[in-house]
Design a protein around this ligand. Structure first.
Ligand code: ARG
Length: 271
């Protein structure tokens, strides 16, 4: 902690340093991370808010015309705006995000990846307040009748590595062959090529996909009652405070509904 602080401060001109030092003597109790960014937040790369995510995860984060866009991107852009910096997105395997390794090693400041808040993850990093509700769902060919895991007996079910969907399938699917894919794109490709009969993932991304891939349908949803949160390195309370303020403000101002409508084509039923 201390070491990274001195490294960051070394890049700041002396006059600013003096100011920062004066600031440290005040009542600021944001964890002693005093830096040049509002709220006493220290960033892994000065001047940028680096967000780790696992692409593609449309409509939360995906690439279009060489740019990463999506619901989570818009939300974190507002966090960056509050910090007077710009967001930089790092695409990295979801498993390293959800295990906390990427945050811990200082690869990024935040993790925003349509990521479900759960107890195991909470032991490895800190989560923001919830910002989105989700549940697991099953996708397969239209008319295949995959209305439950019992319909997949003797068949192949694709799961995404490190996800809550993979966990759900491991726990609940019986006599089903699970096939693990590294990301959502590969998983859905597996459904299209017939490498697997069906796939499990979050309802938001699967409904989005079947809108464009009309030979496929969501056969059922499982009531897993998940909520997405944004991750930060354990103890980075100053940054998490800004994230939570942003979430609360966008919900109160109606901006949340706008972003939701932009990516889901309708108003949210709940948030
Ligand atoms: N919500 C699920 C989870 O937390 C899946 C998230 C996958 N996200 C991604 N960007 N690949 O496990």
């Amino acid at each position: 902690m201390l070491r990274s602080k001195s490294r960051v401060l070394a890049l700041i001109p002396a006059a600013v340093l003096a100011l920062a030092a004066a600031g440290c003597g005040s009542s600021d109790s944001s964890g002693g991370t005093g830096g040049a960014t509002p709220g006493g937040v220290t960033l892994v790369q000065p001047g940028k808010l680096v967000t780790c995510t696992g692409l593609p995860y449309e409509p939360f984060q995906f690439e279009k015309d060489g740019k990463v866009i999506g619901f989570d991107v818009d939300l974190v852009d507002l966090v960056a705006k509050k910090l007077n910096v710009t967001q930089e997105i790092k695409d990295t395997p979801f498993d390293g995000i959800q295990s906390g390794v990427d945050l811990d090693s200082g690869k990024c400041d935040l993790a925003a990846a349509g990521m479900t808040i759960n107890d195991t993850r909470k032991q490895n990093f800190d989560f923001s307040d919830p910002y989105f509700e989700a549940t697991q769902a099953l996708v397969g060919k239209k008319g295949a009748g995959f209305t439950g895991l019992d319909k997949l007996k003797g068949k192949k079910l694709g799961v995404q590595n490190g996800t809550t969907g993979a966990q759900y399938a491991e726990k609940n699917a019986q006599d089903v062959e699970l096939v693990t894919f590294e990301d959502l794109g590969l998983l859905l490709n597996g459904v299209e090529t017939g490498a697997v009969d069906a796939a499990i993932n979050d309802n938001g991304v699967l409904y989005d996909w079947v809108k464009k891939n009309t030979d496929y349908e969501v056969g059922t949803e499982f009531d897993t009652g998940e909520q997405y949160g944004i991750g930060a390195k354990k103890g980075n309370t100053a940054l998490l405070k800004i994230v939570n303020e942003t979430i609360a403000e966008v919900k109160a101002s109606g901006e949340y509904d706008k972003i939701y409508e932009k990516w889901f084509g309708k108003k949210p039923e709940s948030k």
